[in-house]
Ligand binder design. Structure first.
Ligand code: 13P
Ligand code: SF4
Length: 347
């Protein structure tokens, strides 16, 4: 039963003490979050992994690229387990290393040495390693502004992968006009751009998050019509038209902070993953909170981590089997850490 499973999780946590660390992303289910030692957005979770020197085992409640990042940032003898290996990220899967190498070759032919790669942390370790090797850095939604500014101090142009929306939204916020942004289509290995490609400053990889893509400018319009006094806050992985129509946009931690600081009785439509929206509704009964799109916004892979999977992962520590251990191969980790450190020392 659920109670038995919960009891056993508590027992194992007690038994392992500081030898075990359970970080959880804000999109995780409540049944998992209740046992987390820390919750955070992608940047905070990376910082926590880097800092944690005590834990022998980290059971990462999040998705695959987050567990890989934790493995890269922790020492060799610390193990990282992902409770369900099927917890991937469809956005991270939109850029593979072969496609990236091909793209980079064409970018070198087109722009010479005037371009630097930036990768959203939602990417595979292999992509982070590629970016690290070529002088670039990782980015999260909470520091993208800083990192794009940093990159443009290094080179004239940026390849931003794999989330076109985050890249476009943040570049636009920094004052870069849309007509200086081209899209690289990895399926056709070609640019999508009207005009002379030499005028492009930002090359956006044609990838997107399947959850945030579902929040549309029409959703915002409907809210404005039905509830004129409602504020709209969205994650910058949403399409550009949505972010422009919204009142505010920012990372999951920014969304949480904004709701926490909002006055009682204020009204909010939130465009991000449903587990987080539901948690905010429960934690703030004094505010009116709804999802910007109530139908299509659960992250299936985040939701793969459930109480039974968490428990199975913990039991495998007790039996010393360590199932679903995430281990990034050394050479990849050595290059990926270059990209991660360029970000971590900048923020
Ligand atoms: P942040 O928590 O960094 O805002 O990232 C959102 C996300 O989609 C993670 O997969
Ligand atoms: Fe990936 Fe989007 Fe799910 Fe985050 S919400 S893990 S970006 S698919």
């Amino acid at each position: 039963s659920v109670e038995e499973m919960e009891k056993r999780v508590i027992q194992i946590k007690k038994q392992l003490g500081k030898r075990l660390f359970i970080p959880a992303h804000h999109y995780q289910k409540d049944e998992v979050v209740q046992f987390a030692d820390a919750t955070g957005d992608s940047l905070q979770l990376a910082q926590l992994s880097e800092k944690n020197k005590d834990a022998e085992v980290i059971v990462f409640c999040g998705v695959h690229f987050m567990a890989e990042t934790a493995d890269i940032l922790t020492s060799k003898d610390q193990k990282v387990l992902l409770p369900d290996l099927r917890a991937g990220c469809s956005l991270a899967d939109m850029a593979d290393i072969g496609q990236t190498e091909k793209c980079w070759d064409i970018l070198q032919d087109t722009f010479g040495d005037t371009i630097i790669p930036l990768t959203y942390i939602n990417s595979t370790a292999a992509i982070k390693a590629f970016v690290g090797k070529h002088g670039g850095a990782t980015v999260t939604s909470s520091n993208a502004k800083k990192m794009i500014t940093w990159a443009l101090e290094q080179k004239e142009r940026i390849l931003f992968l794999p989330d076109q929306h985050l890249g476009r939204n943040v570049s636009h916020e920094l004052g870069i006009p849309l007509d200086e942004m081209a899209v690289w289509n990895p399926q056709t290995s070609s640019f999508e751009y009207d005009g002379d490609i030499q005028d492009a400053k930002i090359i956006l990889w044609k990838g997107h998050c399947s959850v945030h893509e579902n929040f549309t400018a029409d959703n915002v319009k409907e809210i404005r019509e039905k509830h004129p006094d409602m504020n709209v806050i969205v994650h910058p992985e949403c399409p550009h038209e949505t972010v422009r129509a919204a009142d505010k946009s920012g990372s999951t931690s920014y969304i949480i902070r904004t709701i926490e600081e909002a006055p009682a009785k204020s009204k909010w439509a939130i465009g991000t993953e449903m587990n987080l929206v539901k948690r905010l509704m429960n934690q703030h009964p004094d505010k009116k909170i709804i999802s910007l799109n109530p139908y299509l916004c659960a992250c299936l892979t985040m939701n793969r981590i459930t109480l039974p999977y968490l428990l199975a992962s913990l039991e495998s520590i007790i039996s010393e089997e360590y199932v679903h251990e995430i281990h990034v191969e050394q050479e990849t980790a050595d290059n990926a850490i270059l990209a991660l450190n360029r970000m971590l020392k900048n923020v």
